[in-house]
Design a binder for this molecule. Structure first.
Ligand SMILES: N[C@@H](CCC(=O)N[C@@H](CS)C(=O)NCC(=O)O)C(=O)O
Length: 201
């Protein structure tokens, strides 16, 4: 049995959980809920980096970094491949944008929490907001080319989770009103069971 260390609010952990469900691997993975911010002992024993998501494989090896875990899980079973040969470049392009969006949003949220609200006016925070804006514009203008409606790829999952995370943690940015094609796409993909079962709360 594999183990997945996670919490309920990490976009990276949610992405991995969705992948686990889409790949029908939930019976093979025990969920280990933890708080990575309070130096969880069990997590630190498995992984000195102490971040979630951390997947501990059947041979006891801990893998961190959500995209590496995604690649590993994708190879664990042939159900619903997350990267297909015919759309490989688009998929990897979009996956990088999705995780980049998560990084920019997450660092804004976490610096406001651990530093103070003035952190939001800092140069880095302003750069993060511009990254978010540029990336959302790019996705909005290319939604038909990059994002599929019928199948689901690692790129789709990363972008959809990043959009949900932005709506959850930074609602003041009003993203759902500004990028309407992306919003339609997000509300469609969010109907999947894997998204409903893992919704941020
Ligand atoms: N690049 C990593 C980011 C993971 C990450 O930043 N996780 C956060 C929670 S969202 C964490 O565990 N932070 C605890 C810490 O940094 O001590 C990934 O893709 O998995």
């Amino acid at each position: 049995m594999m183990k997945l260390y996670l919490n309920a609010t990490s976009p990276y952990a949610r992405m991995v959980r969705i992948i686990m469900l889409e790949k029908q691997l939930e019976g093979n993975v025990e969920l280990c809920w933890c708080d990575p911010w309070s130096d969880d002992e069990a997590l630190l024993r498995e992984n000195p980096i102490g971040r979630i998501p951390t997947l501990v494989t059947d041979v006891g090896m801990a893998i961190s970094e959500s995209l590496l875990i995604a690649l590993y899980l994708d190879e664990q079973c042939s159900v619903r491949p997350l990267i297909t040969a015919d759309r490989k470049e688009e998929t990897l392009h979009v996956a990088g944008l999705g995780v980049g969006l998560m990084d920019a949003a997450f660092s804004t949220v976490i610096s406001a929490k651990y530093l103070n609200n003035e952190a939001n006016d800092s140069v880095l925070s302003q750069r993060g907001l511009r990254e978010i804006q540029r990336t959302l514009e790019h996705l909005e203008n290319n939604v038909e080319c990059y994002i599929s409606f019928e199948t689901i790829s690692i790129g789709d999952i990363a972008v959809a989770v990043a959009l949900d995370y932005l709506a959850f943690r930074l609602p003041e940015l009003g993203i759902s009103n500004s990028y309407t094609k992306l919003e339609d796409w997000r509300s469609n993909i969010s109907k999947r069971l894997s998204f409903k079962e893992t919704a941020f709360e």
